[in-house]
Design a protein around this ligand. Structure first.
Ligand code: ZN
Ligand code: ZN
Length: 415
């Protein structure tokens, strides 16, 4: 059999709930999506519970499950995935954290968790933070790197550290910066918490008088005067998709966490200029890169972050617009990757409700198009149509077995 190729497009937070003000339609239902509809009509269509019914997943555990890794077994915290995706070579003893530049007052009360979503100068400030020394805990070094806007990653490197420490980021403005604590009471976690607390204090000392911040204050912008952290993690030990499913894969994504996950799963990263992991991602560039990658790979994971952002912003119309743009990408993939002989699957990692601005525990639509796939004859892709589809209701962990079987790469169970 020819090497059939599979493109898996994960649209972050694509699914939604019906909204009364829009005639009980979801953004996906409201949007004009001729290409997704075309894919759905000729393909397998169903519902997918990323983890299990009613569980509200974070993107990290949901995407792990979609790639076939049981989070209960393989999840070791989001920070590590972000650090890998940011290009940090993580060692087995490293503890990685998601980090934000934030604005605090003299009492360490958080005025802005994102320091006004600082863009300019973040990498200069990151250099200063990277030079911070932790003197109070013997033998702990640190690496700090800015990623996008106010975001960054912190890695603590040394012996006898643990990821079982609480977040410093209070996740709410008006509250004080938290004190990291050992969540399991172990000596390693206590040591890590101590190092982390010292780091946060020193980041403030290093940043508060920085000329860039003096400038920001005089421009009436919030100073990026501290780094706060959350999501401690260690390097996950994922068996590669090659060893598990015989998939030679590549990943096209702008989001650091997804890039990290892809690397950990043994996929090659394809750098796409304009794939930002933000609102303004370049869909045409992503389509081109996918088609190019499909020449010598048989599995291409494409991730689009924007629907989730619009969901968190509670922006119905914005989400509709993003879905319509995304539909263009689906169209290019269907035509160029050629679902006459290859496969294109589309799903989401979870629902991000424009009503609540939060992830919900609802099932998301899953569509698999390609040769010899039973046609659902669904005419318009939507959450409701997915419930009437021909695939039924599956869990995130079922996806890879189904996909590998559809493309003819599954192993026989038994003999
Ligand atoms: Zn997500
Ligand atoms: Zn989200």
């Amino acid at each position: 059999m020819a090497d059939r190729k599979l493109v898996l497009l994960i649209a972050d937070g694509l699914a939604d709930r019906p909204v009364i003000d829009y005639d009980y339609k979801t953004p996906l239902e409201y949007a004009n999506t001729p290409n997704m509809d075309r894919l759905a009509k000729g393909g397998l269509v169903g519902q997918l519970d990323p983890i299990s019914p009613g569980v509200r997943p974070g993107s990290d555990v949901a995407n792990l499950a979609l790639l076939g890794y049981d989070p209960a077994r393989f999840y070791t915290g989001r920070g590590a995935l972000e650090a890998l995706g940011a290009g940090i070579d993580l060692g087995p003893n490293d503890i990685a954290f998601r980090a934000n530049f934030a604005t605090v007052d003299d009492d360490f009360r958080v005025l802005d968790r994102r320091a006004g979503r600082i863009k300019k100068g973040a990498s200069k400030l990151a250099k200063v933070v990277d030079d911070v020394k932790i003197d109070g805990v013997h033998g702990v070094k640190l690496i700090f790197k800015a990623t996008t806007d106010h975001r960054g990653v912190l890695v603590l490197r040394g012996e006898k550290l643990s990821r079982m420490v609480s977040d410093v980021d209070p996740k709410e403005e008006g509250l004080k910066v938290g004190t990291a604590r050992a969540t399991d009471g172990s000596e390693e976690a206590k040591r890590t918490a101590q190092a982390l607390n010292e780091f946060v204090k020193r980041s403030h000392e290093a940043l508060r008088e920085h000329p860039l911040n003096t400038q920001r204050v005089s421009d009436d912008e919030p100073a990026a005067n501290i780094v706060i952290t959350r999501g401690a993690g260690t390097m996950p030990a994922l068996p590669s998709l090659k060893s598990r499913n015989d998939l030679r894969g590549a990943c096209i994504a702008g989001t650091a966490m997804i890039k990290g996950l892809a690397l950990a799963a043994g996929l090659d990263l394809v750098d796409v200029k304009g794939a930002t992991g933000g609102f303004s991602t370049d869909y045409e560039a992503k389509a081109k890169a996918t088609i190019e990658a499909a020449k010598d790979k048989n599995f291409i994971l494409v991730h689009v972050k924007a629907p989730d952002l619009a969901g968190h912003d509670k922006d119905f119309k914005g989400k509709v617009k993003i879905i319509e743009e995304l539909d263009g990408l689906v169209g290019s993939l269907i035509d160029e990757v050629d679902i006459g002989s290859n496969y294109v699957a589309l799903t989401a990692d979870h629902t991000t409700s424009v009503y609540s601005g939060e992830h919900t525990g609802d099932p998301v639509p899953i569509v698999i198009g390609g040769p010899d796939v039973p046609a659902s004859r669904v005419t318009k892709l939507s959450e409701a149509a997915a419930a009437r589809g021909n695939l039924g209701r599956i869990r995130g962990l079922d996806l890879m077995p189904i996909l590998t079987d559809v493309i003819g790469r599954s192993r026989l169970y038994g003999s």
